[in-house]
Design a protein around this ligand. Structure first.
Ligand SMILES: C[C@H](OP(=O)(O)OC[C@@H](O)[C@@H](O)[C@@H](O)Cn1c2nc(=O)[nH]c(=O)c-2cc2ccc(O)cc21)C(=O)N[C@@H](CCC(=O)N[C@@H](CCC(=O)O)C(=O)O)C(=O)O
Length: 144
Protein backbone atom coordinates (compact mmCIF):
# COMPACT_ATOMS: atom_id res chain seq x y z
CA UNK A 1 0.00 0.00 0.00
CA UNK A 2 1.51 3.39 -0.80
CA UNK A 3 -0.04 6.72 -0.19
CA UNK A 4 -0.15 8.31 -3.66
CA UNK A 5 -1.31 11.84 -4.38
CA UNK A 6 -0.44 15.48 -3.96
CA UNK A 7 1.50 16.32 -0.79
CA UNK A 8 0.08 19.35 0.99
CA UNK A 9 2.57 20.66 3.59
CA UNK A 10 1.34 21.55 7.06
CA UNK A 11 0.19 25.07 7.83
CA UNK A 12 2.37 24.88 10.96
CA UNK A 13 5.83 26.14 9.91
CA UNK A 14 7.77 24.20 12.57
CA UNK A 15 6.17 20.91 11.57
CA UNK A 16 6.46 21.64 7.84
CA UNK A 17 10.16 22.48 8.14
CA UNK A 18 10.91 19.51 10.34
CA UNK A 19 9.30 17.17 7.79
CA UNK A 20 11.32 18.78 4.98
CA UNK A 21 14.62 18.41 6.87
CA UNK A 22 13.78 14.86 7.99
CA UNK A 23 12.87 13.69 4.50
CA UNK A 24 15.69 15.48 2.67
CA UNK A 25 18.23 13.88 5.01
CA UNK A 26 16.58 10.44 4.87
CA UNK A 27 15.70 10.65 8.52
CA UNK A 28 19.21 11.51 9.76
CA UNK A 29 18.40 15.18 10.53
CA UNK A 30 15.28 16.79 11.96
CA UNK A 31 14.76 13.53 13.86
CA UNK A 32 15.08 14.91 17.38
CA UNK A 33 13.06 17.16 19.67
CA UNK A 34 15.05 18.22 22.74
CA UNK A 35 17.23 15.17 22.21
CA UNK A 36 14.32 12.72 21.97
CA UNK A 37 13.55 10.84 18.74
CA UNK A 38 10.93 12.06 16.30
CA UNK A 39 9.23 10.10 13.50
CA UNK A 40 7.26 11.33 10.48
CA UNK A 41 3.73 10.04 9.90
CA UNK A 42 2.31 10.19 6.37
CA UNK A 43 -1.45 9.95 5.91
CA UNK A 44 -4.37 10.98 3.73
CA UNK A 45 -6.28 14.17 4.53
CA UNK A 46 -9.78 13.55 5.83
CA UNK A 47 -11.32 16.46 3.90
CA UNK A 48 -8.74 17.35 1.24
CA UNK A 49 -7.84 13.81 0.22
CA UNK A 50 -4.27 15.08 -0.20
CA UNK A 51 -1.17 13.54 1.38
CA UNK A 52 -0.37 15.01 4.78
CA UNK A 53 2.78 14.52 6.86
CA UNK A 54 3.36 15.32 10.51
CA UNK A 55 6.37 14.91 12.82
CA UNK A 56 5.50 13.15 16.06
CA UNK A 57 7.43 11.86 19.06
CA UNK A 58 8.70 8.29 18.58
CA UNK A 59 6.84 5.86 20.85
CA UNK A 60 8.00 2.32 20.13
CA UNK A 61 7.88 -1.01 21.93
CA UNK A 62 9.23 -4.29 20.57
CA UNK A 63 8.91 -3.12 16.98
CA UNK A 64 5.40 -1.65 17.39
CA UNK A 65 4.72 2.09 17.29
CA UNK A 66 2.11 4.37 18.80
CA UNK A 67 1.25 7.99 18.01
CA UNK A 68 -0.22 10.46 20.49
CA UNK A 69 -2.65 13.21 19.41
CA UNK A 70 -1.55 15.56 22.19
CA UNK A 71 -1.15 18.92 20.42
CA UNK A 72 0.50 20.17 23.59
CA UNK A 73 -2.63 19.67 25.67
CA UNK A 74 -4.78 21.94 23.52
CA UNK A 75 -8.56 21.67 24.10
CA UNK A 76 -9.13 20.13 20.65
CA UNK A 77 -7.55 17.16 18.91
CA UNK A 78 -4.98 17.99 16.22
CA UNK A 79 -6.42 17.91 12.71
CA UNK A 80 -4.34 14.85 11.81
CA UNK A 81 -6.40 12.89 14.39
CA UNK A 82 -9.39 13.08 12.02
CA UNK A 83 -7.25 11.90 9.12
CA UNK A 84 -6.36 8.69 10.97
CA UNK A 85 -10.00 8.11 11.93
CA UNK A 86 -11.09 8.45 8.29
CA UNK A 87 -8.06 6.85 6.61
CA UNK A 88 -6.19 4.59 9.06
CA UNK A 89 -3.71 3.42 6.38
CA UNK A 90 -0.53 5.36 7.17
CA UNK A 91 3.21 5.26 6.68
CA UNK A 92 5.65 5.86 9.50
CA UNK A 93 9.29 6.76 8.89
CA UNK A 94 11.72 6.14 11.74
CA UNK A 95 15.20 7.28 10.70
CA UNK A 96 15.76 5.89 7.18
CA UNK A 97 13.12 3.15 7.56
CA UNK A 98 9.62 3.84 6.19
CA UNK A 99 6.85 1.23 6.55
CA UNK A 100 3.09 0.81 6.02
CA UNK A 101 0.77 0.53 9.03
CA UNK A 102 -2.90 0.66 9.93
CA UNK A 103 -3.68 3.01 12.82
CA UNK A 104 -6.09 1.85 15.53
CA UNK A 105 -7.28 4.16 18.31
CA UNK A 106 -6.82 2.58 21.73
CA UNK A 107 -9.10 2.46 24.77
CA UNK A 108 -9.11 0.94 28.25
CA UNK A 109 -6.20 -1.12 29.53
CA UNK A 110 -4.51 -1.26 26.12
CA UNK A 111 -4.51 2.51 25.96
CA UNK A 112 -3.14 2.79 29.51
CA UNK A 113 -0.31 0.39 28.65
CA UNK A 114 0.69 2.48 25.63
CA UNK A 115 0.13 5.75 27.51
CA UNK A 116 2.80 4.68 30.01
CA UNK A 117 5.18 3.93 27.16
CA UNK A 118 4.39 7.29 25.55
CA UNK A 119 5.08 9.22 28.77
CA UNK A 120 8.35 7.29 29.17
CA UNK A 121 9.33 8.36 25.64
CA UNK A 122 8.17 11.98 26.05
CA UNK A 123 7.42 12.95 29.70
CA UNK A 124 5.71 16.20 28.60
CA UNK A 125 2.70 14.11 27.53
CA UNK A 126 1.77 13.72 31.22
CA UNK A 127 1.80 17.49 31.66
CA UNK A 128 -0.22 18.01 28.46
CA UNK A 129 -2.95 15.73 29.85
CA UNK A 130 -3.26 17.93 32.97
CA UNK A 131 -3.95 20.92 30.70
CA UNK A 132 -7.04 19.57 28.95
CA UNK A 133 -10.39 17.93 29.74
CA UNK A 134 -10.18 15.77 26.61
CA UNK A 135 -8.52 12.39 26.96
CA UNK A 136 -5.47 12.61 24.69
CA UNK A 137 -5.94 9.94 21.99
CA UNK A 138 -3.37 7.18 21.49
CA UNK A 139 -3.22 5.10 18.29
CA UNK A 140 -1.24 1.91 17.90
CA UNK A 141 0.14 1.33 14.40
CA UNK A 142 -0.33 -2.27 13.27
CA UNK A 143 2.18 -3.34 10.60
CA UNK A 144 0.54 -4.17 7.27
C1 LIG B 1 -1.68 23.02 11.97
C2 LIG B 1 -2.40 21.78 11.55
O1 LIG B 1 -1.74 20.65 12.13
P1 LIG B 1 -2.52 19.50 12.90
O2 LIG B 1 -2.81 18.39 11.93
O3 LIG B 1 -3.64 20.06 13.70
O4 LIG B 1 -1.36 18.98 13.87
C3 LIG B 1 -0.87 19.84 14.89
C4 LIG B 1 0.34 19.22 15.51
O5 LIG B 1 -0.03 17.99 16.13
C5 LIG B 1 1.41 18.94 14.49
O6 LIG B 1 1.91 20.17 14.01
C6 LIG B 1 2.54 18.11 15.09
O7 LIG B 1 3.56 17.93 14.13
C7 LIG B 1 3.16 18.78 16.33
N1 LIG B 1 3.99 17.76 17.03
C8 LIG B 1 3.32 16.81 17.76
N2 LIG B 1 1.96 16.85 17.86
C9 LIG B 1 1.30 15.87 18.55
O8 LIG B 1 0.06 15.92 18.62
N3 LIG B 1 1.97 14.84 19.15
C10 LIG B 1 3.33 14.74 19.11
O9 LIG B 1 3.90 13.77 19.63
C11 LIG B 1 4.06 15.76 18.39
C12 LIG B 1 5.46 15.76 18.28
C13 LIG B 1 6.12 16.72 17.50
C14 LIG B 1 7.52 16.69 17.32
C15 LIG B 1 8.15 17.63 16.53
C16 LIG B 1 7.39 18.64 15.90
O10 LIG B 1 8.00 19.54 15.11
C17 LIG B 1 6.00 18.70 16.07
C18 LIG B 1 5.36 17.74 16.86
C19 LIG B 1 -2.31 21.64 10.05
O11 LIG B 1 -1.29 21.22 9.55
N4 LIG B 1 -3.40 21.98 9.37
C20 LIG B 1 -3.41 21.83 7.92
C21 LIG B 1 -4.47 20.81 7.53
C22 LIG B 1 -4.12 19.52 8.19
C23 LIG B 1 -4.99 18.39 7.74
O12 LIG B 1 -4.58 17.26 7.85
N5 LIG B 1 -6.24 18.67 7.25
C24 LIG B 1 -7.11 17.58 6.86
C25 LIG B 1 -8.50 17.82 7.46
C26 LIG B 1 -8.46 17.44 8.90
C27 LIG B 1 -9.85 17.60 9.52
O13 LIG B 1 -10.73 16.77 9.22
O14 LIG B 1 -10.02 18.54 10.30
C28 LIG B 1 -7.17 17.42 5.34
O15 LIG B 1 -6.17 17.73 4.67
O16 LIG B 1 -8.16 16.93 4.82
C29 LIG B 1 -3.70 23.14 7.27
O17 LIG B 1 -4.28 24.02 7.93
O18 LIG B 1 -3.32 23.23 6.10
Amino acid sequence: MSLQGEYQPSAMEMAREQVALFESSNGTEGNLMRGRPVIVLTMRGNKSGTIRKTPLMRVEHEGQYAVVASLGGAPKHPEWYWNLKAHPEVQLQDGPVRRDYVARELAGAEREEWWERAVAAWPDYAEYQTKTERQIPVFVLEPV
